[in-house]
Write a protein that binds this ligand. Structure first.
Ligand SMILES: *Cc1c(COP(=O)(O)O)cnc(C)c1O
Length: 329
C-alpha cells in the first residue's frame, strides 16, 4: 500500500527545538556514569509559550486548523488547573483568537496556578461546578452553539488535546532528538514519557515508528491501568496515521513498554515517592516537576534504571506543568 504523507496546517507557537540537557547528578546517583551511560532531559517545559509544556506542540496543529477553517475562537475544557486550558488561552492570545475555557469545578476564591495565568490572559471562563469530565466535555458543544449564535466561529479542542491531530505535534520530538542526541554505534536510548490520556505517548511512539524505531520508549501511566492506556494510545496512533498517512506498521508497541506501576491512586493523587520527588528533583537539578504527571515519570524512570530494566542511555521527556505547581501547595 502506498502511503502519501500529508502535513495538516500548523501555526508556530513555540521555540524549537527544545533544549536537550544532561542530568549529571541524577545520572551519578543512579550509577549510570560508572556504566558509561548518560541521562538526558528533553526540556519541553521550556518551549516559549505561556508556562510552557508539551501541549504547545499539539496546539500548533489545532491553531493551524482553526485558522485554516476561518475560526475566530478556541474552546477547550478541563479540570480547573488544566495545563491544556491555560496553554490554549496563551495560544489564542498569540494567534489573535478569542478563547473560551470550560471547567468542571467551581470558580476558585483565590486565583492560583493556572487560574491566575488564565485571568492574566483574559479568556472567557465557564465553571460548571461538580460535574463529570463527560458532562464538561459535552458542554463545549453548548459553548460553541452560543459562540455561533453571537456570530463567532469556534474550534473545539476535544479530549484535552489527546487526539489524532494533536498527536502529530509530538512526532517532532523524535526528529529533534535524532538531531540533538550524540548517537553511538551499538548503544540505544530509552525515552521516558508520561501517559495520561495518551496523546503525548501516541505522538512520540508514532514518530518513532515511522523513523524505524531509533529509540526505545517507556510510557509511565499517571492514571489508568496499562490495558486501558494502551488501548487509548493505539486508538490515537491509528487516528494520527489516518491523518498523516505514514504507515506505523502492524505492532505499534514493538519498541515500547507501558507500565502502571507508578500511578498510585490515579490522576492527581500523589504517591509518597512522587511527593518526595518534587523536592528531590528540584534540589538535585534545579528543575521543577509537579505532582500530577512529571514527578511520577521521574519516580518510574529512576526505579527502572536502578533495577537494571533499561540498558544504555535514557532521556526524560519533561512535559511541563509549571503553572499548576503553584496551586499544589
Ligand atoms: C497533559 C499533560 C501530560 C499528558 O498528556 P496526555 O496526552 O494526556 O497523555 C503530561 N504532562 C503534562 C505536564 C501535561 O500537562
Amino acid at each position: 500500500m502506498a502511503y502519501i504523507t500529508t502535513a495538516p496546517p500548523k501555526y508556530v507557537l513555540g521555540a524549537w527545538p527544545t533544549p536537550l540537557g544532561r542530568l549529571k547528578k541524577t545520572e551519578e546517583l543512579l550509577g549510570m556514569g560508572m556504566a558509561g551511560n548518560s541521562l538526558y532531559i528533553k526540556r519541553d517545559d521550556l518551549n516559549g509559550l505561556g508556562a510552557g509544556g508539551n501541549k504547545v506542540r499539539c496546539l500548533e496543529y489545532f491553531v493551524g486548523q482553526a485558522l485554516a477553517d476561518g475560526c475566530d475562537t478556541l474552546i477547550a475544557a478541563g479540570p480547573v488547573q488544566s495545563n491544556m486550558c491555560s496553554l490554549t488561552a496563551a495560544a489564542a492570545a498569540k494567534a489573535g483568537l478569542a478563547c473560551i475555557l470550560v471547567f468542571n469545578g467551581s470558580k476558585p476564591e483565590k486565583l492560583s496556578g493556572n487560574q491566575l495565568l488564565n485571568s492574566l490572559l483574559g479568556c472567557r471562563m465557564i465553571f460548571l461546578g461538580q460535574v463529570s469530565p463527560e458532562e464538561r466535555n459535552a458542554y463545549t458543544e453548548k459553548a460553541a452553539e452560543q459562540c455561533r449564535s453571537s456570530g463567532g466561529k469556534p474550534y473545539i479542542i476535544s479530549n484535552g488535546g489527546s487526539n489524532g491531530v494533536g498527536a502529530l505535534g509530538y512526532m517532532s520530538v523524535v526528529d529533534e532528538l535524532l538531531e540533538q542526541y550524540p548517537q553511538q554505534p551499538g548503544k540505544r536510548m530509552t525515552l521516558f514519557v508520561p501517559g495520561g490520556n495518551g496523546g503525548v505517548a501516541a505522538g512520540i511512539i508514532y514518530g518513532n515508528l515511522i523513523r524505524g524505531c531509533p529509540f526505545d520508549i517507556v510510557v509511565i501511566s499517571v492514571e489508568d491501568p496499562c490495558e486501558l492506556l494502551t488501548e487509548h494510545i493505539a486508538g490515537i496512533i491509528k487516528d494520527a496515521s489516518d491523518i498523516y498517512g505514514a504507515d506505523p506498521g502492524e505492532d505499534f508497541f514493538r519498541c515500547v513498554r507501558v507500565t502502571d506501576a507508578y500511578s498510585g491512586g490515579g490522576w492527581g493523587v500523589n504517591t509518597a515517592e512522587s511527593s518526595a520527588e518534587v523536592l528531590k528533583f528540584a534540589r538535585d537539578e534545579g528543575i521543577y516537576v509537579e505532582n500530577i504527571y512529571t514527578s511520577k515519570v521521574i519516580v518510574g524512570m529512576k526505579d527502572m534504571i536502578r533495577k537494571g530494566e533499561v540498558a544504555g542511555d535514557a532521556c526524560y521527556i519533561h512535559t511541563g506543568g509549571f503553572g499548576s505547581l503553584f496551586s499544589q501547595y
